[in-house]
Design a binder for this molecule. Structure first.
Ligand SMILES: Cc1ncc(COP(=O)(O)O)c(C=O)c1O
Length: 619
C-alpha cells in the first residue's frame, strides 16, 4: 500500500487508529458496497471480498468492514486456523502415475477360491472395453500415496507440466487461471467475476439479479401445497423447518401416484410397454436434473439416495482412487456432518489429513485461511454452498477458482442452495455437485450427484450389483459407462419421477423469482426477530439464504421449540447435524426457523408474536 494513496473519500469513516490510509482498491470496494442498499451489500460483500483475495488486501478490507460505523454490527477479527488431524502423516505427495483407463474387474480363479491378502498381479489393459477397471484390492489402512494415480486436472497432465502451469498461472486446458496477482495494487484480480454469483446463466433462467420479487405470487404458490393447509395443535400449520425437508406441491404428489397407478415397472431391462414408459420417465428425470443444475450432459447426473450418499460415493470412488497417505482434504467449519464424516472415514483408512477452513463470528468463511490451506498436498476441497445451520452463502465460485488454479478438484454440497438459488455447475465450474430431492420439494430417498464427464469416466464404481455391469463372469466383470456404473441395483424410479415433477414446478415459478422473494422475506424476518427482547441471532453473514438460527439466553432451545409447536409453528431446535458450526459460537444447539418460498410475512409475524409471548411468560 502506497503512502500516497489518498484516504477514504466520501461519506464513510476510515478505521480508527489506522496509521496508513486504505488502498484505493479497498476504499473503492468498500465505498461501492456500502453505497448499496442493505439488502444488496448483504449479498455482495462476500462476493467482492474474494475478488480482492490477496491476504493483505482481504485483511485490510475485513478490518475496514469490521470497524467502520456503517458496518459496526458486522465484524470481529478472524479466528485462528483450526485443524482436525486423523492419522498423522506427512509423507510428501508423490508424482503421478497415469490414471488407469481400463475398467474391468479382473480376477483369476484362485482369487475367489481362496482367501488371500496378496495383492493381485496388475490387470491387463483391455483395449476392447473402455469401461474396464483394475480391481486390485488394496487393504484398508495400507494405502500408500505412491500407489495413487495423480488425477489429471481437465486433461491428462504430467507433474512437470502441472508445476509449470501452476507457476505460469495457467490451467491444464491452457486458459488463464482466474486469480491473477497484480503487483501494482497488490491485489488478486478475478477476471469476469460476476456481480451476484448465485444468480447464474441457464436456459430459461434469468441471468440478472433483478428478478422482481413482486412477480412472484406467494399466495398462489401456497395453494399448490396441500400440507400447508392443515391444523397443528389447533392452529393453522406454519412450516418453518424447510432446511430439514420441504413440503411437496400437488404436481409432485400426482406424479408419484400416476407412476404407481400407470407406469410402475423396473427399468432398462424389460421389453414391454410399461417398462419402456417407466424407463422413459426415469431418464426424463435425469434430463430435468441436468437442466436444473445446468450440466452439459445427461450422463453427468448420477442418481443416488440423497446428498449424503452422493458424498459417500465421491469419497469412496474418487477418494480411494486419488487420495492417499499424507494427502489433504479441505472442508469448512460450516459443513453438515454428511460432508465431514465420509471424509473422516476415508482419511482414517488411507492416512489422509483433513484441514478445516475457519469461520468468523458472522459465520462466514475466512478466505485468507482457505488460501493458506491450499498446498501441493491438497487433493480435494469439499464445501457447502449454503450452510444449513447458519444460512451463510459461501463464495463457492471463488473457492473453486482458487482450488482450480492449483489443480485441486472441488465438490460442492448443494443441499441448501438448490431450494433457494439458481445453480449452474458449468458457470461455477464445480467438479462435483450434490443435492437431495426432498429439500427441493421432491420426494425423499432420491438425490443426484453431478460429476464432470471426464471425471466420472475414470472413477471406479463404489457399489456393485445389477444394472451397473455390461458383463459378469466369475473371472471378470465389465462395468457400464457412467452414470450407470454408479447406479447399482434398482433405483428409486418413482422418486426420480417425483423429483422431475418438482423441478418442472420450480422452473414454472422461476428460480430467480424464488431467490428474490426469499431474499426480501429473509430481510423482513431478520428485522422482525431483532424486535424480540433477548434474542441472539446465530449466523449473521452478509450473504445468507433461508436460515434464521437463534438462541434466547435463559430459555432452553427445546422449550422454545415446544412452545412454538403448541402454536402450530413447526421448526427445529438442535445441532442440525452441523456441530462444528454451532461450537464456533460456544453452543451445542440453536433454534432454527428456515424459510421456503411458500412462507409469507404472516408466518414470520406469527413466529415473532409467539416468541414475544414466551418471553413475556418468562419475565
Ligand atoms: C448442507 C447439507 N448437506 C447434506 C445434508 C444431507 O442431506 P440428506 O440427509 O438428504 O442426504 C443436509 C441435510 O440436512 C444438509 O443440510
Amino acid at each position: 500500500m502506497s503512502e500516497q494513496t489518498p484516504g477514504i473519500p466520501g461519506n464513510f469513516v476510515p478505521t480508527e487508529g489506522r496509521k496508513q490510509p486504505h488502498s484505493d482498491l479497498v476504499t473503492g470496494l468498500f465505498r461501492e458496497i456500502i453505497s448499496r442498499p442493505k439488502t444488496d451489500y448483504r449479498t455482495n460483500l462476500s462476493t467482492t471480498l474474494p475478488v480482492v483475495g490477496s491476504p493483505d488486501v482481504v485483511h485490510e478490507f475485513s478490518e475496514l468492514v469490521a470497524t467502520s460505523p456503517q458496518t459496526t454490527s458486522l465484524g470481529e477479527q478472524p479466528e485462528q486456523l483450526e485443524e482436525i488431524s486423523l492419522p498423522e502423516n506427512h509423507s510428501p505427495a508423490s508424482e503421478s502415475t497415469p490414471p488407469e483407463e481400463a475398467q474391468i474387474l479382473n480376477l483369476s480363479r484362485d482369487d475367489f477360491s481362496k482367501s488371500s491378502n496378496q495383492p493381485l498381479s496388475p490387470p491387463p489393459i483391455h483395449s476392447q472395453s473402455p469401461t474396464a477397471l483394475d480391481a486390485s484390492p488394496s487393504e484398508p489402512g495400507t494405502t500408500n500415496q505412491s500407489e495413487r494415480p495423480e488425477l489429471p486436472f481437465g486433461e491428462p497432465l504430467g507433474p512437470e507440466l502441472r508445476r509449470e502451469q501452476q507457476e505460469s498461472g495457467r490451467n491444464s486446458s491452457g486458459t488463464e487461471v482466474l486469480a491473477q496477482y497484480t503487483s501494482n495494487n497488490h491485489a488478486w484480480h478475478v477476471p469476469d467475476a460476476p456481480d451476484y454469483y448465485f444468480i447464474t446463466k441457464d436456459e430459461g433462467v434469468s441471468t440478472t439479479r433483478s428478478a422482481p420479487a413482486s412477480s412472484f405470487d406467494v399466495e398462489a404458490a401456497r395453494r399448490d401445497f396441500p400440507a400447508l393447509h392443515q391444523q397443528s395443535n389447533a392452529h393453522p400449520l406454519i412450516f418453518l423447518d424447510n432446511a430439514a425437508t420441504t413440503q411437496k406441491p400437488q404436481t409432485v404428489i400426482d406424479a408419484l401416484s400416476h407412476f404407481y397407478e400407470k407406469d410402475n415397472s423396473n427399468i432398462h431391462r424389460a421389453a414391454y410397454e410399461l417398462a419402456e414408459r417407466a424407463t422413459a420417465a426415469f431418464e426424463n428425470g435425469r434430463e430435468k436434473v441436468r437442466k436444473f443444475l445446468g450440466a452439459k450432459e445427461k450422463g453427468e447426473i448420477v442418481f443416488v439416495r440423497g446428498a449424503t450418499e452422493a458424498i459417500n460415493l465421491v469419497a469412496n470412488s474418487f477418494g480411494r482412487k486419488f487420495i492417499g497417505t499424507g494427502d489433504e482434504i479441505i472442508l469448512s467449519t460450516l459443513e453438515h456432518h454428511a460432508n465431514i464424516v465420509p471424509w473422516q472415514l476415508l482419511a482414517k483408512d488411507v492416512g489422509a489429513v483433513i484441514r478445516v477452513i475457519p469461520i468468523n463470528d458472522r459465520g462466514e468463511l475466512i478466505l485468507e485461511e482457505y488460501v493458506r490451506l491450499l498446498t501441493p498436498r491438497t487433493k480435494l476441497v469439499s464445501i457447502t454452498h449454503v450452510s444449513n445451520s447458519l444460512g451463510t452463502v459461501t463464495p463457492v465460485e471463488e473457492i473453486i477458482q482458487l482450488a482450480h488454479a492449483r489443480g485441486v478438484h472441488v465438490l460442492v454440497d448443494g443441499s441448501q442452495s438448490t431450494p433457494h438459488l439458481p445453480v449452474n455447475v458449468q458457470a461455477l465450474d464445480a467438479d462435483f455437485y450434490v443435492f437431495s430431492g426432498h429439500k427441493v420439494f421432491g420426494p425423499t430417498g432420491v438425490g443426484a450427484l453431478y460429476g464432470k464427464a471426464h471425471l466420472l469416466e475414470i472413477l471406479p464404481p463404489w457399489q456393485g450389483g445389477g444394472h451397473m455391469i455390461k458383463d459378469v463372469r466369475f473371472e471378470r466383470t465389465v462395468f457400464q459407462y457412467a452414470p450407470e456404473k454408479f447406479e447399482a441395483g434398482t433405483p428409486n424410479i418413482a422418486g426420480v419421477v417425483g423429483l422431475g415433477a418438482a423441478i418442472d414446478y420450480l422452473f414454472k415459478i422461476g428460480i430467480p423469482q424464488i431467490a428474490a422473494y426469499e431474499h426480501a422475506l429473509l430481510d423482513y424476518a431478520t428485522e422482525r426477530l431483532a424486535d424480540v427482547p433477548g434474542l441472539r441471532p446465530v449466523g449473521t453473514a452478509l450473504s445468507k439464504a433461508s436460515v434464521l438460527s437463534f438462541v434466547i439466553p435463559g430459555i432452553s432451545n427445546d422449550s422454545i421449540a415446544s412452545h412454538l409447536d403448541k402454536k402450530g409453528i413447526a421448526l427445529r431446535a438442535g445441532h442440525h447435524c452441523a456441530l462444528p458450526s454451532q461450537r464456533h459460537f460456544g453452543l451445542e444447539s440453536t433454534v432454527r426457523p428456515s424459510l421456503a418460498f411458500y412462507n409469507n410475512r404472516a408466518d414470520v409475524d406469527a413466529l415473532v408474536q409467539a416468541l414475544q409471548s414466551l418471553i413475556h411468560k418468562h419475565r
